[in-house]
Design a protein around this ligand. Structure first.
Ligand SMILES: [Zn+2]
Length: 424
């Protein structure tokens, strides 16, 4: 009874906090909209100057470049070049991203020229540019402190469910769910390992500023009761500051290659040493796995490596072959087109888009045909043992195991109290 009362109180206070946050959110949106409308109007007419020190906020749209936006504010060619240089060397910003970045301009009251420019590449960073007396532009990057909470979500696969549907029902944000997919894809075959009744849980970060939620951070822990046992991964920062994911024993969970390069794609044909070829009609080994993918679906590289072949042949159509560290190669076939800048000799990262799915070559419809070749022999991508990257040394492993224990206790608490969180 007592526990019920407590839970009720938590829920009601949670509801109240949500209402307050909601109202605050609406007010914040209204404020931003006002500023944007104001900023754009100033932008358009340019006749009525804003009050001094009142920033003009310009949202970067498709087709906008730094020099275009700066020259629209009356900034001269030489200053534009100087600003672009200092942004690149001091803040690592070499281009603007449409629909994400913003630029704020503050004008000097005396001669109405721009005296301060602030590039805002997202909610956690501001890069302020000011011009000193000698006409030299200076850059000052400010990282905004975030207030991070860990939240816990759990769910269950129901009959006829996909993991995606079950995840959405468990109130896991789509972006977090995509990351969870990426992680689990190293260990699981979503086609064959997912069944009704399986439970899963995710711990992830929510970032707040001044009590208001701004965005989601990283996936911290993921756990899935797969058919062949529980798959669990923890995010951990090593002493050299690099971040990775590890299984409960501290083994690297990120593998050098992905079994499923495209997330959530249905397997339409498995690896086999004998199968009737759908086009040729006679029995022939299927040396890879086919994933259903509408024409134009981006194909990421399964691992880091170097492109060793890119071309066309009658069977594979447009294909790319990549050599990875060690003894592995991967091949991607039937592409409609290649990614720009991906040529023989190009070094690619894991997840980098190398081409787009299609139905070129001997193919009955748009799909990705994916092969893993180990020491020159084709192997089954779904079952081959893949090497882990980013393993822990003894000192880091000890640290990891302590961290994991603390985290496990925190998770137990959050699982007991729905709606609760851990303040970091
Ligand atoms: Zn195939």
């Amino acid at each position: 009874m007592d526990a019920m009362e407590k839970a009720k109180n938590i829920l009601t206070s949670h509801g109240f906090v949500r209402a307050v946050l909601w109202i605050a959110g609406i007010l914040a949106i209204a404020a931003v909209v006002t500023l944007l409308v104001f900023g754009r109007r100033m932008d358009g007419t340019g006749s009525s100057a804003p009050a001094p020190n009142e920033p003009i906020i310009v949202s970067v749209a498709a087709g906008d470049t730094l020099s275009k936006l700066l020259s629209e504010q009356g900034i001269g060619h030489n200053d534009i070049n100087a600003i672009a240089n200092v942004l690149k060397t001091d803040a690592g910003i070499s281009g603007l991203r449409a629909d994400r970045d913003k630029i704020e301009f503050v004008r000097d009251g005396e001669n109405n020229s721009v005296s301060k420019i602030t590039v805002v590449p997202g909610p956690w960073r501001r890069v302020e540019l000011t011009c000193d007396a000698g006409g030299k532009w200076q850059c000052n990057a400010i990282d905004i402190e975030r207030d991070t909470r860990l939240v816990y979500r759990q769910g269950e696969i129901l009959d006829g469910d996909s993991f995606y549907l079950a995840g959405m029902r468990a109130d896991i944000p789509a972006g977090i769910l995509a990351e969870v997919y990426d992680l689990l894809a190293f260990e699981m075959d979503f086609e064959r390992d997912v069944r009704a009744g399986q439970k899963f849980s995710v711990v992830y970060e929510e970032n707040y500023r001044d009590g208001e939620k701004v965005d989601n951070g990283s996936v911290v822990v993921v756990s899935f009761d797969a058919l062949r046992g529980n798959v669990k991964m923890y995010r951990f920062r090593k002493s050299d500051k690099t971040v990775g994911y590890y299984d409960p024993n501290g083994n690297g969970a990120i593998k050098s290659l992905k079994r499923t390069p495209i997330n959530n794609a249905k397997v339409t044909s498995s690896f086999s040493t004998r199968r009737k070829h759908p086009v040729l009609g006679f029995t022939r080994a299927h040396k890879g796995v086919d994933f259903r993918a509408p024409t134009g679906t981006p194909i990421p590289s399964a691992g880091a490596g170097r492109v060793v072949a890119r071309g066309y042949n009658r069977g594979h159509g447009n294909f790319v072959r990549i050599r990875h560290n060690g003894s592995f190669e991967t091949l991607y076939a039937h592409m409609s087109k290649f990614a720009k800048n991906v040529k023989v000799g190009t070094t690619v990262k894991q997840g980098q888009i190398i081409g787009y799915s299609g139905s070129t070559g001997l193919s009955t419809g748009p799909h990705l045909h994916y092969e893993i070749i180990k020491d020159g022999k084709h192997v089954n991508p779904m079952t081959v043992k893949l090497p882990a990257i980013n393993n822990l040394d003894a000192a880091n492993k000890k640290k990891f195991l302590e961290y994991r224990e603390t985290l496990d206790k925190a998770i137990e608490q959050m699982a007991d109290k729905p709606g609760s969180f851990i303040q970091m």
